[in-house]
Design a protein around this ligand. Structure first.
Ligand code: FAD
Ligand code: SF4
Length: 509
């Protein structure tokens, strides 16, 4: 055997050029590494999803005739280190070359560079053939620009890849239909039944438990319903485009206590482990828009912006800002994450519902992550390190290159505004506008200071009052500060006092 090729758990791209031909001189290797399952405490569905998809991928390669070594989590040959496993196999099998695909995570990238330097054989790193952009493309794009705004990058991507473009102008006349994406969902609107995928992951769970990996969250081990291979991911994509895309944009920001996914695609896990490419998804949506007049431009553009814009932007910013990005804490927040993030036990109905989605399904959609859970963590002045760890553990789609910019940057403003143009904070007003949560809550959405008052209200005004100095130059905050500065000083004092009680013991609320 001459060449050893490593496949990481989020590099399950069966269409990669590596796999075009069967080569007897190539040995592939895949490892379930304990450290990857424990470096933050993770949701059981995330572990089941990664291991399930990896095992499926390895069986496919084997069936096609490729040589592969697969170490399960409980395999006695598994040293639980990429480096040691690779060194051992290279020595035992008289390997002459080591090859791997660019890892998307900074930490693994460093580890594999060390590993390659320790091997006394040639090594080579190749593209994962997944993203639209190269790792460094965004750094080059923003090199001479004052601000790193997603919208500028998105327009560049639309032009470069000619997506929803006509004569070099955006189809429909506008680049962005964000303002049409803000409808509140009403119970009488129809949502088709979810796309059915059903896996039995009980064997994986038994093995994970057997080696003592600590997890959290809930799972139905005979009804695991995320795509674990390319075929299922394509099924999920086709279903989304046919059934959900016609209303995706309208209800993109809506939340409801009886609905988990609403019109969202549930494709992030399949995309992040590379079962399908972003180009396949964007092409399918664009084609369906041109073919099908039930799909309006605001739906198609709203969805394509998430993939061609936000997803590539977050990846580029991650590689532009790492490794210092991971240490940023603009506001110097130090508080612990409340226990209810792990248990779901709180009287705040919006928070309870978003946590229930997260703990039951390893899923919450963008607005639940940003404007309920992230908003609350920021208002409670939680240490961004703690917030990151929770987000990285709880969601099935959480891999650091996309989780970190979204959490530390977008949601906690810990980078001081490199990703987001302002901190995403709100009172009960926004949550009530976009959901039905407030109508069934122990707290009063309009009340500010009594014991019945919605905690988000006092926390919001307290945030503005305490951060005014740091944010006073941010134009997008001017209107909020204007209102704050007109507020009666006694009322502001009472708001701050209630906010401090909540910040000091959030688990009582
Ligand atoms: P849809 O709403 O159907 O969107 C379609 C696709 O667009 C998604 O599958 C995803 O690939 C992409 N997308 C949408 N928004 C973003 C975004 N902000 N950044 C990057 N891609 C985006 N997404 C992750 O994939 N992994 C994470 O760890 C993650 N952490 C997040 C943490 C916070 C605090 C916030 C605010 C957002 C986070 N997101 C993350 C983005 C977004 O919430 C999820 O991609 C989305 O909820 C996944 O569900 P879906 O596939 O149904 O998405
Ligand atoms: Fe959430 Fe406040 Fe509304 Fe209750 S009243 S659901 S805590 S925003």
């Amino acid at each position: 055997m001459k060449t050893l090729r490593l496949i990481l758990g989020d590099q399950l791209n069966i269409k990669h050029s590596w796999f075009k031909e069967i080569n007897e001189d190539v040995l592939y290797c895949m490892f379930e590494i304990k450290q990857e399952a424990t470096y933050v405490k993770q949701h059981i569905q995330k572990i089941a999803g990664f291991f399930g998809a990896m095992r499926d991928f390895s069986s496919q390669l084997q069936e096609k005739g490729h040589n592969i070594i697969y170490y399960k989590i409980n395999d006695k040959n598994n040293s639980h280190s990429f480096k040691n496993n690779i060194l051992q196999i290279a020595e035992e099998r008289d390997i002459k070359n080591f090859e791997y695909q660019y890892p998307d995570e900074y930490r693994i990238n460093e580890e594999l560079l060390t590993c390659a330097s320790k091997l006394k054989i040639a090594s080579k790193v190749v593209s994962s053939e997944h993203f639209y952009t190269e790792r460094e493309e965004l750094s080059v794009f923003f090199k001479d620009k004052k601000q790193t705004v997603m919208e500028t990058f998105y327009q560049y991507m639309r032009k470069k890849h000619q997506v929803l473009m006509e004569n070099n102008k955006p189809v429909g006349g506008k680049w962005n239909y964000d303002k049409s994406n803000r409808k509140k969902w009403k119970e009488d609107s129809f949502i088709p039944l979810p796309y059915e995928i059903k896996h039995d992951v009980s064997e994986i769970l038994a093995e994970v438990n057997g080696v003592g990996i600590e997890t959290f969250g809930n799972i139905n081990d005979t009804f695991f319903n995320y795509p674990l291979n390319r075929e299922e991911a394509l099924g999920q994509l086709n279903y989304f485009v046919k059934e959900l895309l016609p209303l995706f944009g309208d209800y993109q920001d809506a939340m409801h206590d009886r609905e988990v996914y609403l019109y969202h695609s549930k494709l992030s896990f399949a995309l992040n482990i590379k079962l399908i490419t972003p180009k396949e998804v964007v092409d399918k949506v664009e084609k369906s828009y041109y073919k099908n007049n039930t799909i309006g431009i605001s739906q198609a553009e709203g969805f394509i912006r998430q993939i061609l814009g936000w997803r590539e932007f977050m990846r580029g910013m991650y590689w532009k800002l790492m490794p210092t990005f991971k240490k940023t804490n603009f506001f110097g927040h130090q508080n612990a994450l409340p226990d209810f993030f792990w248990t779901g036990k709180t009287k705040m109905n919006c928070v309870k519902n978003c946590l229930k989605n997260s703990l039951d399904n390893s899923y919450a959609h963008h607005i639940q992550r940003l404007m309920v859970l992230g908003n609350l963590a920021l208002l409670l002045e939680v240490d961004p390190e703690e917030v990151d760890k929770w987000y990285l553990g709880v969601y099935i789609d959480a891999v650091e290159w996309v989780q970190l910019p979204n959490t530390r940057g977008m949601s906690q403003y810990a980078d001081g505004g490199l990703i987001a143009t302002k901190p995403y904070v709100s009172s009960a007003n926004y949550i009530d506008k976009m959901s039905n949560y407030c109508s069934d809550c122990s707290y009063d959405k309009k009340d500010k200071i009594s014991t019945k008052a919605c905690p988000f209200n006092s926390l919001y005004w307290n945030f503005l009052a305490t951060k005014q100095e740091e944010l006073k130059k941010n134009r997008r905050m001017f209107m909020m500060f204007n209102l704050l500065n007109k507020m009666d000083s006694d009322l502001l004092m009472s708001l701050k006092s209630r906010a401090n009680s909540i910040i000091n013991s959030p688990d009582n609320y």
